[in-house]
Design a protein. Sequence first.
Length: 512
Amino acid sequence: MLADTEVAPVVEMRGITIEFPGVKALVGVDFTLRPGEIHTLMGENGAGKSTLIKALTGVYAIDAGTITVGGRQREFRTTADAQAAGISTVYQEINLCTNLTVGENVMLGHEVRTAGRIDWRATHRDAARHLAGLGLEIDTHSLLATHSIAVQQLVAISRAMVTESRVLVLDEPTSSLDRGEVEQLFAVMRDLRARGVAILFVTHFLDQVYEISDRLTVLRNGALVGEYPAAELPRAELISLMIGRELDELSALSRTAVREIDRDAEPVFHAAELGRHGMLAPADLEVFDGEVVGIAGLLGSGRTELVRLVYGAVRPDSGRVRIRGKAARITSPRHAIDHRIAFSSEDRRAEGIIGDLTVAENIVLGIQAKRGWLRKVRRAEALAVFADYAAALGVRPSDPNRLVRDLSGGNQQKVLLARWLATAPQLIILDEPTRGIDIGAKADIQRKVAELAGQGLAVVFISSELEEVLRISQRVVVMRDRRKIGELVSHDIDVADLVDYIARHEIAETVA
C-alpha cells in the first residue's frame, strides 16, 4: 500500500543541517513521512541516514532547518521530547533488559499502578493485550533472555507502541534475523501500516527494501538525492543513485574468479583433518598464493568454526597444519600472527574495533600485537600507517584522530581490514567482511580483496551471500552441519548450482 500523497504528512523535515567538528554530516536535507506508509531511508554507510534518524528522535540537535510533527513545529532537545511527540525507535542493537520478563519489558515505564504500587497482574495483562494487538502470543512472565533475537525485536516494537506512537523508526531490525523471522516482522509492520502508523525503515538488504517499502528516500554524502515510489525505481538505478556512479564494479569483480592459480607450488596454508570434537568434523583446507577461497554454507554450517580453528582462536583437537610445506603448530592467535596469518572476525563490535580508540590507534593494533607491548608504535609511525591504508581503502572521514565508534559500519570494516593488512600477512581470513554495510562500501571491500589477491595475497573469504562468495572466489569450500561436504570451482557454477549441491547432499544423507 502506498500512502496517499494528499494526506497531510505526519513528519516534515526541511533543510536539516548538522555539523560535527570538521564534518558536515547533513546539508539541507528534506524528508517527508506520511501516515500509513513504510518509508525506507537508503544510502551508503556515511551518507547521513543515522544522523537524520538521530535528528528526528532527539539524539542530535539540528544546526539548521525545521522539524514538524503532526502539523506542529518541534524542537527536540532529548529523546523524551521526540517520544512525547509520538515518535518511537527500535534500534539494531536491541535496547531491552534481558534479565526482566517479557511483560516487564513491554510495560517498562508504563506499569499499571494501584495505590502508588505497581499492580503486576494488571501490568502483565496490559502487556499481553499490547502483544496480542501485534498478533503475538508470548508468555509475558517468561524471561526475555530465553527468547530469540526476532522475538526480542517484536517485544521492542510492542514496547514502542504502548504509547500509541504515530511514527515508528526501525533501524536495521532485520540484520540478525533469518528469513522466517523477517516474514514475522514484516507481518507486524504491514499490520501497523494498515492502522495508519508511519514507519521509517532502514536496511541494507535490497530484496527487503522492495518487498516492504512504499517509498524510498536516498541520501548521498549528507545530501538529499531524491524521494521515489519504490515500485517506480529499478534496483540498478537505486544503486547508482546511492553511490553516485554506475555500479559496474561488482560485475567486473567476477572476472577475478577465472585467474589462474599455480597449484603446483606449495600452498601457503594446508590443513589436513583439522577439527574439534563437538564443534567441527575433521576437514581439509588449503590456500595458494593469490587465491581467494570462499567458504559457503547455511547458518550454523560450520563456516566460522572452521576458520577459528585455522587461526587458533579455538584450539583444534585433531589435524595437521603445514605453512609453505613446513609443519606448523597453531593453537592460539599468537601462533597464527607469528606465521603471518590474519583474521578479521564477523563480530566487529565485540572482537574487532575498540570504540574508545581513534581510527589510527585501531589500525596499528595489529602491528603493536605483533611487536609486543614493550616496543610501542610511535605516533608518527601510526599516522604514517593510517595515511597509507586510509587512502588505499577509502576510509571516510580521513581523520586519524576520529574515534572509531563514530564511523559508519562500512568504514569500521575498512579500518579492520587496514589493521590486518598493515601487519603484512601472507594469509588473511575475512569472516563476513561485508555484512551490514551498504553496496558502495561492499564494492570497495570486494575490489580491494580482488586487488590483494592479484598481488599474491592468499585469502579465505566467508559471506552469507552466496552470490558474493562465487563472485570473488576461485574455489568454494562447501559446509553443512559443521563439516565440509565438498569443494567447487566458482566459475563453473552459479548460486542455483551451489544451493542444489547443498540440497542434494542433504538428500543423499537422508537416504543413507
